[in-house]
Design a protein around this ligand. Sequence first.
Ligand SMILES: [Zn+2]
Length: 72
Amino acid sequence: MQYLVVIALIALIYFVFIKKKPIKNQEVPKKKNEKLQGNDLVQCPSCGVYTEVDEALLSSGKYYCSKECLEK
Ligand SMILES: [Zn+2]
């Protein structure tokens, strides 16, 4: 009887991990898709210059064109 309890517990833990993993994997790409992609231009809040997202520095949800602007 004890073996059944152990197996049931392992199965439960297994289910929790399996259920959690796909949810996490789904959340990450969703957030990425919601954000700006590829060569989209973002405006630097410090100097107003438009920079490509790939080259911009992301800090606290804002894109900066350079380190100097980020530190301002
Ligand atoms: Zn700037």
